[in-house]
Write a protein that binds this ligand. Structure first.
Ligand SMILES: Cc1cc2nc3c(=O)[nH]c(=O)nc-3n(C[C@H](O)[C@H](O)[C@H](O)COP(=O)(O)O)c2cc1C
Ligand code: SF4
Length: 561
């Protein structure tokens, strides 16, 4: 692409975009203003990064995105219409509707079609709900982080889990579209237990930055978002970068089977918020962005409320905090795609290097940490590295929050020593298998982490232990299968998920997931072709989605002959 004087380095147009083709009418502008400025408040339409937030406001108000309002938005934001449309159409939670198209039903009912929910009967549920009402648009949607209460359906913003036809009907009759708030530990209770004391020590200098980093390093804390990168090493790398620096918290939690961030935020949001403020102080972040998935609407309210409480209590300090809302795209959990999304664009992963700690949000050094990683920071700083290291089993060190779903008696988030085996997890933490189910296979790390047979039941579920089996622990989303499940069906479900979630930027992933899903839907798998395809996807995909997408397929070929 040739960059003209009117374009910035990413090829975005600077200054006023001249509307060609479509133009918004005065009525469209008035309708837009009524939605985004209901009280006439001044908004900074020059902030391109708020595009997705504005799209959310329209989508919330109308239930979809009417094309004329997008035209009006592009005009007030001085963005080319193409940029507004390409962003709006990228995200699954937005539905763009043109003037000549049928206006969709105002309420969306999403029924999960990811593995744990399908195992619990989500397909049949969705079929039965398809024609619920002309007011309701029924969509199949990927994992909503409720796998322990499968099957899940979301009516408006009301999460129903487990869902059945009658519970969804009840919500429909009562027009219960609002999220239900969890009963969580608030600021007063958190402070009464000594909360925010680590932050206070750090801000006063009683705890130095060096001592904090050294403690986290001695503990050996690793990133809980999936990649397991040593947290202290990432922090140190950031500290060597020039200021201004930024912090971006990854709360996208889209990996099927993963629900731990939800659990931490639903029970103890200040544990996370203190960790975030500690990290922000450590790197002297100017702004901290919290990127939280749209599938957790109640948590958006909780975090917004608790940020207000922190502000009122004078605990926020100098750092600016921005709470951002995902829009139903798994790829936005990939860190560089998340940065694009925070900048208000499509979630297309960036080529690395440079890495986000060098060139992150708006080209600035950016620290990216997962919600849970930050949750453990004040705990380790307070109780000491030795406390963290005192946990662990089978050679593992520290604690892990395993998100367990599938055929176990008591699914949910299990805080357990890092390195437990699947047998220990099922028997000691989950009350055994469900009656009538015999353990046959398991996913140790969500959709991307591969599938193992029950015979390999003594592997420590920890970083670095599963790779020799072609698997990885990732975010520790453990899905347990039984003799009532077909492992090939499970692998196909996962490949369809990747097909749906591929951002489409690179051919090996876009075409590879499509082709693989088609081939895997055949009664007899073409093994040489599938292996060839898997190799290309692993070798040539830009990001971890395409590189890991063949893992479940290869697991089946290797271990479930
Ligand atoms: C396809 C893909 C999806 C990801 N999704 C998430 C996610 O939802 N949440 C998360 O924290 N990390 C996710 N990650 C990992 C992030 O890229 C990144 O490693 C992590 O946020 C860094 O934080 P941590 O070091 O504290 O774990 C994903 C990675 C890939 C490749
Ligand atoms: S691997 Fe897939 S998700 Fe990642 S950049 Fe390529 S097309 Fe997008």
């Amino acid at each position: 692409m040739n960059f003209s004087a009117g374009m910035d380095i990413r090829g975005n147009r600077k200054g006023r975009a001249t509307p060609r083709g479509r133009q918004a009418s005065d009525g469209d502008h008035a309708a837009l203003r009524a939605i985004v400025q209901p009280d006439g408040r001044q908004l900074d339409f020059g902030r391109r990064d708020l595009l997705i937030e504005y799209l959310h406001l329209i989508n919330d108000a109308k239930g979809y995105l009417p094309a004329p309002l997008l035209t009006a938005l592009s005009e007030v934001m001085r963005l080319p219409l193409a940029e507004v449309f390409e962003t709006a159409t990228f995200y699954a939670h937005f539905k763009v509707v043109d003037v000549d198209e049928v206006q969709p039903a105002p309420i969306t009912l999403r029924v999960c079609d990811s593995l744990s929910c399908v195992m619990a009967g989500a397909d049949a549920l969705a079929d039965r709900l398809d024609n619920l009402s002309p007011d309701v648009r029924v969509e199949r949607a990927p994992c909503m982080g409720q796998c322990d209460r499968a099957p899940c359906a979301v009516y408006g913003k009301n999460v129903i889990a487990p869902a059945a036809v009658d519970t969804v009907l009840m919500a429909h009759v009562q027009k219960a579209v609002a999220p239900v708030l969890p009963n969580y530990k608030g600021l007063a209770a958190y402070r009464a237990q000594g909360g925010y004391s680590v932050l206070a020590k750090l801000r006063s200098g009683t705890l130095t930055r060096e001592a904090l980093v050294a403690e986290i390093e001695a503990a050996g804390l690793r990133g809980m978002g999936g990649a397991g990168f040593p947290t202290a090493r990432k922090w140190k790398a950031l500290l060597e970068q020039p200021k201004p620096r930024l912090l971006a918290v990854n709360g996208d939690e889209g990996e099927p089977g993963t629900l731990k961030d939800r659990w931490f935020l639903e029970t103890d949001p200040h544990g996370f918020l203190e960790g975030m403020l500690i990290a922000a102080h450590l790197i002297e972040a100017e702004t901290a962005y919290i990127y939280l998935r749209d599938e957790y609407p109640a948590l958006h309210l909780v975090i917004a409320e608790e940020l207000k409480a922190l502000k009122a209590a004078g605990l926020l300090g100098d750092v600016k905090i921005e709470l951002r809302r995902g829009a139903g795209a798994y790829i936005c959990g990939e860190e560089s795609a998340m940065l694009e999304s925070i900048e208000g664009k499509r979630g297309l992963p960036r080529q690395k290097p440079p890495f986000p700690f060098q060139v992150g949000l708006w080209g600035r050094p950016t620290l990216i940490n997962n919600v849970e990683t930050l949750y453990w920071v004040p705990q380790i700083a307070d109780k000491g590295a030795a406390w963290w290291q005192s946990h662990g089993r089978n050679g593992g060190k520290g604690l892990r929050s395993y998100s367990v779903s599938g055929r176990v008696r008591n699914p949910g988030v299990k805080l357990a020593p890092a390195g437990v085996t699947i047998t220990e997890l099922i028997e000691e933490y989950c009350g055994g298998m469900l009656p009538g189910h015999k353990f046959t296979a398991y996913l140790p790390g969500g959709a991307s982490g591969g599938i193992l047979p029950a015979s390999l039941n003594d592997i420590p579920l920890d970083f670095g232990q599963l790779e020799k089996y072609g698997c990885f622990i990732g975010s520790a989303a453990v899905i347990v299968l039984s003799n009532q499940d077909e492992v090939k069906d499970a692998a196909l479900n996962l490949m369809k998920f990747f097909r749906h979630e591929s951002c489409g930027q690179c051919t090996p992933c876009r075409v590879g997931t499509e082709k693989a899903a088609d081939l895997m839907a055949q009664p007899k798998w073409d093994e040489p072709l599938l292996r060839d395809l898997a190799q290309v996807m692993r070798d040539a995909s830009i990001c971890g989605l395409g590189q890991a997408a063949p893992n479940p397929l290869l697991s089946v070929l290797e271990r479930f002959k």
